[in-house]
Ligand binder design. Structure first.
Ligand SMILES: Nc1ncnc2c1ncn2[C@@H]1O[C@H](COP(=O)(O)OP(=O)(O)O)[C@@H](O)[C@H]1O
Ligand SMILES: [Mg+2]
Length: 361
């Protein structure tokens, strides 16, 4: 059981940097929460405050109803896995994994059994006698995981644990972390700058920018309903196409103007724009690569600058009205670099944002 609440948490460093601002979050038991955002946005600092490795400047950390601000790190029943593994270099793999149990004076036979089980699960049985420097990056990462797993903590805290691995190993370890989560009863808090990792692992994602929460949502909600332009541009690969646009009435029907194209709005969106006083106002129009279609009567016309084949689909890159555009098409589509194409948006799937306040309309 671990219900974690972060209430108005701040981190102000001595040099004046406020790394975390008014962080509010409720984490339920057995959730897999991700903190994602660009480098320097305060992910590690927030995680370290939860772990007790960093003091909380203001606000409260509550776990299962109890204030934790003053509770030392070692009494928080959390296990942390770091990007740089932080192994004990003079100890063997066996001793690294066994360390916390030895400290707790767990009987030797029990330690042996537990280390054996975890090593088996993580594919480390053959290297238990080695020192960390004799291991590959992936093996070191597994030892760090093993060390956390044997503690059977209430909460796993992971700070970019896969960032030092190559792409293939990263995918493999991602799947392993996922099954570790499925099999355990622990709550996970996981920091990454990689939105693919965030989307595939998390049950709840917290998007951060400049020390402030931008949105808290499931992966699906984030993708389908980003709350603001930052989240829209950050979540999703390729990033959402974003255009300068305007809301204009044509014969009593509201349209979006993008470049020279005039695209009629679905009734519900038109109603929102009316209510928000956006008629004849500038706004930002977001549309994902898969929501742009080739159409002979499409109003947006441009030349394909790059054709990128990715198996059963391909990306076309072009420029329209000064904006770079990425269009996803089937690999069977007979369009190549240099071709001039006409495209249109799936208007039910477009995202509209306030140009100045940056939020979703
Ligand atoms: N010990 C520290 N002293 C002063 N500033 C720090 C310290 N640790 C981190 N920061 C600053 O706090 C901000 C957030 O850092 P961090 O939490 O490490 O970001 P992230 O993990 O998202 O990359 C950054 O501007 C960073 O420079
Ligand atoms: Mg960090």
């Amino acid at each position: 059981m671990a219900e974690i609440q972060l209430k108005h948490m701040y981190k102000k460093f001595e040099d004046g940097v406020t790394a975390v601002k008014d962080f509010n979050l409720e984490i339920k038991d057995k959730e897999f929460v991700i903190f994602v955002g660009p480098s320097g946005c305060g992910k590690s600092t927030t995680l370290r405050m939860i772990a007790g490795l960093e003091t909380i400047s203001d606000g409260e950390l509550i776990i299962d109803g109890k204030r934790m601000n003053e509770v030392p790190s070692c009494d928080r029943d959390m296990a942390m896995v770091f990007q740089n593994y932080a192994l004990y270099h003079h100890m063997s793999v066996y001793d690294n994994i066994a360390y916390s149990m030895k400290l707790k004076r767990v009987p030797k036979a029990e330690i042996k059994k537990k280390v054996g089980e975890v090593a088996e699960k993580l594919g480390l049985s053959e290297v238990l006698d080695r020192k960390p420097k004799e291991l590959s990056g992936g093996q070191k990462q597994r030892v760090a995981m093993g060390r956390a797993i044997v503690r059977n903590p209430k909460v796993f805290l992971m700070d970019e644990p896969l960032s030092n691995l190559d792409a293939k190993l990263r995918n493999q370890m991602r799947a392993e972390i996922s099954s570790l989560y499925q099999e355990s009863d622990s709550t996970f808090i996981y920091v990454t700058h990689d939105q693919v990792e965030a989307m595939t692992l998390g049950t709840k994602i917290v998007v951060l920018k400049d020390g402030e929460i931008q949105q808290v949502a499931t992966p699906k909600e984030l993708y389908e309903h980003p709350d603001n332009l930052f989240v829209a541009g950050f979540i999703g690969m390729p990033p959402m196409n974003i255009f300068d646009g305007a809301c204009v009435p044509v014969n009593g029907v509201l349209h979006i103007r993008v470049g020279k194209a005039l695209l009629p709005l679905p009734a519900q969106m038109a109603e929102k724009l009316r209510r928000g006083d956006y008629i004849n106002q500038d706004l930002m129009v977001g549309v994902r690569a898969e929501d742009i279609k080739l159409a002979t009567d499409g109003q947006l016309e441009s030349r394909v600058e790059v054709y990128e084949m990715l198996g059963d689909y391909a990306y076309l890159y072009l420029t329209y009205a000064g904006q770079k555009v990425c269009v996803r098409v089937s690999a069977n589509t007979d369009v190549r670099r240099g071709d001039t194409i006409r495209i249109t948006f799936d208007m039910e799937k477009i995202h509209l944002f306030d140009k100045y306040r940056k939020h979703r309309i």
